[in-house]
Design a protein around this ligand. Structure first.
Ligand SMILES: Cc1ncc(COP(=O)(O)O)c(C=O)c1O
Length: 454
């Protein structure tokens, strides 16, 4: 164990006093935190080239001043404070955990397939080549991109070769790359769905693009209005619009592809949760219709866990060089682990298990809502991990959400995604993170909160 200290005989003060004052200063300025272990007296004496007695004296004094905790046989460590004259670093109050978590678009991470992932990770560490331990191709390892090309073609109808795939730290980081690459190529305006995620608009704006919000209706993005917006690019969620849950209708897909071809604009297809559908047929990726004008983006955040920060984009050839200018690589051991996870069928197995579980939770959610919210219209039930609950016009969406949050119920509302005022009050409720009995309980409590907020 090392500690960044220096002592010298020609400096003012004894060697012991120099050690004491440096440790005191580090504690006061916050670089040595409460509880941090420090080297034993023997170790520190060796590191500094001084006699052990010098360090023993210094530690004894620091312990007497309550800076240090020293116990026979235990690693010395910085005490818990408070410390005299320490810089005030107020800790943020720990957030109270939510009693019921209805936040949408999150998977049940408590079902993360730990054993299968641990096997893949262990094998990845054992097998990774010396070449792959270097920086390598910033677009990702060959194994990951080969496995992805096969997987995406098989389950999503994505048309690609491994060379056009870039592995990213999740979708949102990838979106930043694309937006910057588009801006560097001269793009000025980009469309986002309304309602749609706020992160997307923010990321596009930070890349210097002017963001235009284009409405979504029951058939998906209004492509006629998109045409009128004269944009260079559009970000959309065609397989399962976020958050309304609608599918981009076949005629809208055709119209969108025609528009992209006519204008040279690019669509960024966020295919974040297409794996979860319950009572409708699969919808293939838009990218398969026109790989020259569509960037396909995927992520493990909904199928495994957001913590892995692993995503991918399939690029049109025209964007490969521009994205290469922006990309600096993604953790490579995890890529190899994910390639194993795909090849061994672990992902297919995990998804089969989760689909069954989520379907049961969805059914429970719909039944509970029918009982506790008889006047509401529940939509977006056929796929995904959340539903939308349209309340009677008399309800005040913000007041309902505030009342729910005060009761420890986490949820989203359409207002979190939409810029439009002319819409019914709507709650967006995820059902993936709670057991069926907790869902029933949570919906009952939410109904009580809604009565308060109506
Ligand atoms: C619509 C949508 N797409 C994609 C993502 C995933 O982003 P990431 O891969 O960066 O976790 C999210 C995260 O909540 C999302 O809501």
């Amino acid at each position: 164990m090392e500690l960044l200290l220096t002592v010298a005989r020609d400096r003012p003060g004894t060697l012991s006093a120099q050690i004491q004052s440096q440790i005191r200063d580090c504690v006061r300025d916050g670089s040595l935190h409460a509880g941090t272990p420090v080297p034993s007296t023997r170790d520190l004496a060796r590191q500094l080239g001084v006699s052990r007695k010098v360090v023993v004296d210094a530690y004894a004094q620091l312990a007497a001043e309550s800076y240090l905790i020293t116990r026979q046989g235990a690693q010395p460590r910085i005490a818990d404070g408070p410390f005299p004259n320490a810089a005030a670093t107020p800790r943020p109050a720990a957030a109270r955990p939510d009693r019921f978590d209805f936040m949408p678009a999150r998977p049940d991470v408590s079902s993360f397939p730990r054993a299968a992932w641990a096997r893949c990770l262990r094998d990845a560490v054992a097998e990774i080549t010396v070449a792959d331990l270097g920086y390598g191709d910033p677009f990702g390892t060959g194994a990951m991109r080969d496995a992805l090309a096969g997987h995406l073609g098989r389950v999503r109808g994505v048309v690609t070769v491994p060379d056009r795939i870039v592995v990213t730290n999740g979708y949102l980081q990838g979106l930043g790359l694309i937006c910057r690459a588009l801006a560097a190529r001269g793009a000025r305006r980009i469309a986002c769905e309304d309602p749609g995620g706020v992160d997307e608009s923010r990321i596009a704006a930070r890349a210097g693009l002017e963001v235009v919000r284009v409405p979504v209706d029951a058939l998906g993005l209004r492509v006629d209005l998109l045409a009128a917006a004269h944009v260079d690019a559009v970000i959309l969620t065609p397989a399962h619009q976020h958050p309304t849950g609608v599918v981009l209708a076949p005629e809208r897909r055709t119209a969108l592809i025609s528009l992209l071809r006519a204008t040279g604009a690019v669509a960024v297809e966020d295919d974040y949760d297409a794996e979860y559908r319950y009572d409708r047929s699969p919808v293939g990726a838009l990218q398969g219709l026109d790989p020259e004008h569509v960037v396909y983006a995927g992520t493990v955040s909904k199928i495994l866990a957001p913590a892995l920060r692993l995503g991918w984009m399939v690029l049109p050839p025209s964007l490969v060089d521009a994205v290469r200018e922006e990309e600096h690589g993604t953790a490579r051991v995890e890529q190899l682990a994910f390639a194993h996870f795909l090849r061994r069928g672990d992902l297919d197995r995990h998804l089969r298990r989760m689909r069954t579980r989520y379907r049961r939770r969805r059914d429970t959610m719909i039944a509970a809502l029918a009982e506790s919210f008889p006047q509401a219209t529940v939509r977006g039930i056929a796929a995904g991990l959340h539903v939308t609950v349209e309340l009677p016009r008399t309800a005040d969406e913000a007041a309902v959400a505030a009342a729910a949050r005060a009761l420890g119920i986490a949820l989203a509302t359409m207002g979190d995604y939409s810029t439009r005022a002319d819409r019914p009050p709507t709650l967006i409720l995820g059902y993936s993170q709670m057991t069926e009995s907790r869902l029933r309980e949570g919906v009952r409590e939410l109904a009580a909160a809604t009565r308060t907020g109506t």
